[in-house]
Write a protein of this length. Sequence first.
Length: 289
Amino acid sequence: METSKFANGETKVVIEESVRGQDCFIIQSPYKNINDHLIELLIIVHALKTSSAQRIVAVLPNYPYARADKKDKARKPITAKLIANMITTAGVDSVISMDLHANQIEGFFDIPMDNILAEPLIELWIRNHFVEEEYVLVSPDAGGVKRVTSLSDKLKCDFCIIHKERKKDNAVDKMVLVGEIKNKTAIILDDMADTCGTMVLASNKLLEFGAKKVYGIVTHGVLSEPALDRINESSLEKFIVTNTIPQRENMRKCPKLEEIDISMLVAEAIRRIHNGESMSSIHLPDLIH
């Protein structure tokens, strides 16, 4: 496939081999120029559809506009639902994503939607790096409690919650810690980090309450400006992200940044959909061995 742009900025897509009767998987993880990537995805889907592809699966590790998943203010759009409508209308037969911002996004689709979890890989990373050290998992907001409690049950460790109050988007006004963190290593877990203001404030707050060290782990490292500068200047020991979004350039700029590779989970999900196998029985040990 060849993708390019015309002089006026319009996207051009050419499918350069036959896809008639084939299962086609489009791996597209919108970041930075999200709108351009989204339009490119829709055009690719249309090109495959009109080329007689048997089935088209959109693999979107980082689902675009995932944070706009509810109407919490008057006249505010539910953009995540709009994106689901656009993808479905373009001709996609099913969708694969990872660690959706809210599980309700699955219900925005009238086609099969599989939300695979990065939790097994994050669990493995923590087990490998904190063998004897006493640590506590921390949710940076109430919305992440389910994620933290699920992982703490598997790791058999304690967890804490940070209650944050916002006066406007991307700006936290106040933080309150619920739980015991003194003389322990704190591991902050979240699904997404954009400007990293919350992560840095949470790190400082945990150290104020007596944490020995603080690590941050997120699935989707959006890392918009000035995120990398904030991480470099922060009290975080390390900031771990998965590669649902390309991180190679960010890792060159930020020595504290470390990557968890999700390719084995995505590859297994693609294989299972192609072969008509169950998606609920993916076990990380099976993939590793």
